[in-house]
Design a protein. Sequence first.
Length: 428
Amino acid sequence: MEKFVINGGKKLYGNVTISGAKNAVVAIIPAAILAEGVCIIENIPNINDVTMMLRILKGIGAEVTMINKDTVRIDSSNISTHVVPYELTKHMRASYYLIGALLGRFSKAKVAMPGGCDFGVRPIDLHLKGFEKLGAKVSVGESAMVEADAEQLEGNFIYFDTVSVGATINVMLAAVKASGLTVIENAAKEPHIVDLANFLNSMGADVRGAGTDVIKIRGVDMLHGCNYSIIPDQIEAGTYMVAAAAAGGDVTVCNVIPKHLESIMAKLIECGVQVIEGDDSVRIISTERPKKCNVKTLPHPGFPTDMQPQITTLLAIAEGTSIVSESVWDNRFKYVEQLTRMGANIRVDGKIAIVEGVEKLNAAPVKANDLRAGAAMIIAGLAAHGRTEIESIVFIDRGYENVVEKFQGLGADIERVTVPDKEEEQAV
Ligand code: UD1
């Protein structure tokens, strides 16, 4: 087992370069299944979710080669099966994109229900409803295998009752080769939806309107290989921005698309942090204690739920009382218990957290409940005085490339430490 050890209380200075977007790449790698040809995908982040997704593609017969550390070559010509067992899907939520991709390629898919971060019930009813609308017969059978089967997928009008990133992506994957026109109404508008649409169009698909709430897809017979570069990660960028605001200092977050960061920048400005927007960078200067502000998570372009634990950590040391409302997930405040161990004063009532800012957090042993909660623990550790140890960092490695090295580059005192087995047993 490994853990992070942080000696906090040091301000952060310098530049940090943001990697490719996790939530884009976990959709785009499965999308390569649709191509009869070779896809070269650049700006791949070196994170565990990517390793797992590439392993799944290899497991079903794709040829996968890393050309260099952030470029992968995927040849899906010889994929030999439409079945993906639970052993391959259990650690990763995004493995459900294999249903849409395999259904789009072979008109049939059999994929085990996914694992992933636990922040409440995570249904996939909208995904399945979308596949059915395209003419697939869908069932959840033995061992929670989702089976989808169609003679010929046909385009249709699909309205989603709830804005869902996953359902929008999955239906896009299934619809690109369906006959006729598919219209997705109340589609998600996240940057990675646009990135996926651009990738599919580079393979010869006809997808329009991504980034708005109506996406129109005219089916094509064949998709070819392409060269593509993944967009920078909005949430990784936001995490470093909030870390700089909480620890104090002067940090330039490089290789970002500032448009994707507007809601995060707006909240930091409200907290009294200085934010300077460049063409492809955002500079954060934080010299004083942050001020309170209220935050409500919403689908894009609202404040991202995947930044909620990080901003709540900043507000925990702000002057005044802030209210954080989580409107996407039912149970995304589990990490608050960990912050409380560090001296935060936060009361959770259902999907609302009332955050009474304290002057400082105290270092303490804590654990990462999930990926973004883990990022919040790093921010708390950097802002607190003393030695914070974070357990269960495997969650953090799922989504943050070289997180230790990147924070060290900003002057943070953070280390990855291997815990001997004996200590691990005691820790459990
Ligand atoms: C994706 C992200 C996740 C992020 C979330 C919201 C990936 C791998 N994960 O998750 O990090 O927190 O978007 O931005 O990209 N819902 C239904 N039925 C469905 C699907 C969803 O009711 O079939 C509801 C969910 O319970 C939730 C809301 O819709 O309340 C949003 O979920 P969704 O956007 O689908 O999240 P994910 O795609 O799972």
